[in-house]
Design a protein around this ligand. Structure first.
Ligand code: DC
Length: 220
């Protein structure tokens, strides 16, 4: 089985690029961030502080996640409800970052993530895929861009969605998530020793896609 691990900070374009690459290569795309976001959503809805490890851990037995392909797109179901859109809210991204720092949450998702890679060719994106989830992945990519480039892309995206936000606020949000994701004690975001670094600060989507595709094909 071929597994491609793509890790990197928030807003580097991981999921849009990974989605298109998976489609192009004919692999199954697995968005692990969506799993953490679903747990974050469940905690917020339950009125639990996502930073409270004991309280979040107590919720885990109530959570059942399922991933299904619908018309070629990955949908995630939280206890049977399709939450693919609900998990994209800004506050849920922050909640996901908080719950992802708790070891029981990571252990809860690890088996599911490894299981998905066991019997199909996959392209999985996240923060710790190359370092923890799939240490023997066929190809590992660390996809990054400067915080400013990521904030500007995110600002534009929000504007297009009719949710305008100012650059400074978006940048501060990205910097806070970078800090949380790289400083947690367990499975922090970091480049695996054998990962290929791809920086998209100065290149657009199509160019990034071509570069990644060439890089992956050269290593499988
Ligand atoms: O990629 P994303 O923005 O959807 O991820 C949401 C949060 O989940 C992110 O801030 C950190 C966490 N996450 C993680 O800890 N490990 C992963 N493999 C994927 C995401």
């Amino acid at each position: 089985m071929i597994s491609v691990a793509i890790d990197g900070p928030s807003g580097a374009g991981k999921s849009s690029l990974a989605k298109r690459l998976a489609k192009d290569l004919g692999y199954v795309y697995v968005d692990t961030g969506a799993m953490y976001r679903s747990i974050g959503l469940y905690a917020v809805r339950a009125g639990v502080d996502p930073k409270d490890e004991a309280a979040v851990t107590a919720l885990l037995p109530q959570i059942k996640l399922a991933i299904r392909l619908v018309d070629g797109a990955q949908h995630i179901y939280l206890n049977g409800e399709d939450v693919s859109d609900a998990i994209r809210a800004e506050n849920i991204g922050m909640a996901a970052s908080a719950v992802s720092a708790h070891p029981p949450v990571r252990a809860f998702l690890l088996d599911t993530q490894r299981g998905l890679a066991a019997d199909q060719n996959i392209l999985m994106d996240g923060r710790d895929i190359g370092t923890v989830v799939l240490p023997n992945a066929t190809v590992k990519i660390f996809l990054t861009a400067s915080a400013e480039a990521r904030a500007e892309r995110r600002r534009k995206e929000l504007e297009e969605k009719g949710q305008p936000a100012d650059f400074a606020t978006v940048l501060a949000d990205i910097q806070q998530r970078d800090y949380q994701d790289t400083h947690r004690a367990i499975a922090p975001l970091k480049q695996a020793d054998d990962a290929i670094l791809v920086d998209t600060s100065d290149i657009g989507f199509d160019e990034s896609f071509e570069l990644l595709k060439r890089t992956i094909l050269a290593h499988i």
